[in-house]
Design a protein around this ligand. Structure first.
Ligand code: SF4
Length: 343
């Protein structure tokens, strides 16, 4: 079902009956990048508007045309098939999204379902934590969540609001939730700040001290510091120059020495390994016939279906839902499919 919101955007409810595939689009559904980690994107919504957001999420988004919510049973059914295809062993179900997974109304049920599937060893979740409370944490813990990657970008309340792009963001509450996870939950906690040079440089050491003090990282590393990377469709804070990877790793190594904690992380630290990947039934440059089924994620885009997969059509203004269009494929990596109409 496609609803028009008063913001002028659309909310697309992706149900099994909608005919919208769960593989192919970056904004919702499932992503297989050829490892034992399957990314699960049940919602694209977010309550924050972080000034560095790589996906331009939240109420202040200027590029988005649609948000998506996936029906729980549909997601679980397709996920199960993918797990089986990959050999039903050592799978990490990683709920990451282009928004915040806590906006998914059936998140606890989703975690419960995922954690009970044969072959799923780890269920993890990436959030900025604005919607966390003790009850949700208890429920997620009980449902079998293995780890929360919690992004806290500054411990200073004013700077945290600035970074989150909203005065509503209360870092004191998020800190309390972090402490609660470390103290009272079975699940593990990884503190995952985004390092935005020139804005939160002084906060990074304080965040390391905080993570170590509260006892994050029982089974996995306690910190996963992320480098701010400007993205074409993301928000770019004024005056911020991104660090080179070389500078980023050298600064992390200096902090590793100072705090005796692992900060330069490798896939092996999370048990990530190559695993059979879904075939990609398209080639870049190929012409395909695409049926348009919904408005696209970003302005100017439409969502289509070809060969059983979702395809994002760019430069698709004026095309209507239900019509067919010939398009040239311009991206196929990891089965995230993008094509441009040939009109
Ligand atoms: S960085 Fe995450 S929490 Fe912040 S606006 Fe983007 S999706 Fe939302």
């Amino acid at each position: 079902m496609i609803r028009e919101l008063h913001s002028g955007k659309y909310l697309v409810e992706v149900e099994a009956s909608s005919g919208i595939p769960l593989i192919g689009c970056i904004a919702y559904g499932l992503i297989d990048r050829g490892t034992n980690v399957i990314q699960i994107r049940p919602t694209s919504l977010c309550p924050l508007s972080c000034i560095f957001c790589s996906t331009d999420a939240g109420p202040k988004s200027r590029r988005r045309l649609s948000e998506y919510i996936v029906e729980l049973d549909y997601m679980v059914e397709v996920f199960k098939k993918l797990v089986k295809y990959k050999g039903a062993r050592d799978i990490e179900a990683h709920i990451d999204t282009v928004g915040d997974p806590l906006t998914y109304p059936r998140l606890v049920d989703l975690v419960q379902e995922l954690s009970s599937i044969k072959g799923v060893e780890v269920v993890s979740l990436q959030t900025h934590g604005a919607l966390l409370n003790e009850k949700i944490l208890d429920d997620l813990d009980e449902a079998g969540l293995s780890r929360i990657n919690l992004s806290i970008d500054s411990l200073d309340p004013d700077k945290a609001k600035l970074l989150a792009g909203t005065k509503e963001y209360d870092v004191e509450k998020v800190k309390e939730m972090a402490e609660y996870i470390a103290r009272s939950c079975k699940m593990d906690l990884l503190i995952a700040p985004v390092w935005v040079p020139g804005i939160n440089d002084d906060d990074i050491p304080k965040l390391i001290e905080f993570a170590l003090k509260i006892g994050a990282g029982k089974r996995w590393p306690p910190l996963g510091i992320q480098k701010y990377v400007p993205h074409r469709h993301g928000r770019k804070p004024k005056g911020v120059r991104s660090m080179s990877w070389r500078e980023f790793y050298s600064r992390l190594r200096a902090l590793e020495r100072k705090y005796s904690v692992k900060l330069v992380l490798r896939p092996e630290d999370f048990g990530i390994k190559p695993m059979r990947r879904l075939p990609i039934p398209f080639k870049v440059g190929e012409k395909v016939r695409v049926k348009i089924v919904a408005p696209g994620w970003l302005k100017g885009e439409m969502l289509g279906v070809a060969r059983g997969l979702a395809v994002t059509l760019v430069d698709a203004r004026g095309l209507s839902i239900g019509s067919w269009v010939k398009a040239r494929v311009i991206r196929t990596k990891d089965n995230i499919l993008v094509a441009r109409p040939m009109i």
